[in-house]
Design a protein around this ligand. Structure first.
Ligand SMILES: [Zn+2]
Length: 122
C-alpha cells in the first residue's frame, strides 16, 4: 500500500475548510464555493459573491453578500487607499488566500458597500 501524497492543493483546500468553519463559528459568515454565489453588480463593475452573512442582526436572517475590501474597492471604483469608514454592520474578519499566502481580510455587507458607492458617485 502506498502512502497518499499530500499535495499543496490538498493543504490549501483543508486550510480553506478550516477558515470556512472558523468564519462560520465566529460570525456566521458562510463561504460560497464554486458557482454557488450571486453576481453582484454596482455601477459598471461586477463581482462574484464569495461569502454570505447568515447572522441574525436582531430582526431576521441577514442573507447579504459579504464583500472583501478588494471586491468593495472594485465595485465602488476606488481601488487606491480604499477604506469603508463607519459601516453600519461591523466588518467580519476572515483569512483569505491572496497572492502571497493567507492573509486576514475584512468582509463588508453589500448594503454598506452600496451606501458608500452612492456617496462616492453621487
Ligand atoms: Zn449580516
Amino acid at each position: 500500500m502506498s502512502t497518499p501524497t499530500v499535495t499543496l492543493n490538498d493543504l490549501i483546500l483543508s486550510r480553506m475548510e478550516e477558515i470556512a468553519e472558523d468564519a462560520w463559528n465566529a460570525s456566521r459568515a458562510l463561504r460560497i464555493t464554486g458557482q454557488g454565489g450571486r453576481v453582484i453588480d454596482l455601477g459598471t463593475a461586477s463581482t462574484w459573491e464569495e461569502w454570505t452573512c447568515c447572522a441574525d442582526h436582531g430582526d431576521d436572517l441577514c442573507d447579504q453578500p459579504l464583500l472583501t475590501s478588494e471586491q468593495a474597492a472594485t465595485l465602488i471604483g476606488q481601488v487606491v487607499d480604499f477604506s469603508l469608514p463607519n459601516p453600519s454592520f461591523p466588518a467580519v474578519e476572515v483569512q483569505h488566500l491572496a497572492e502571497y499566502g493567507f492573509e486576514t481580510v475584512e468582509l463588508f455587507h453589500l448594503s454598506d458597500v452600496t451606501a458608500e458607492f452612492r456617496k462616492v458617485n453621487g
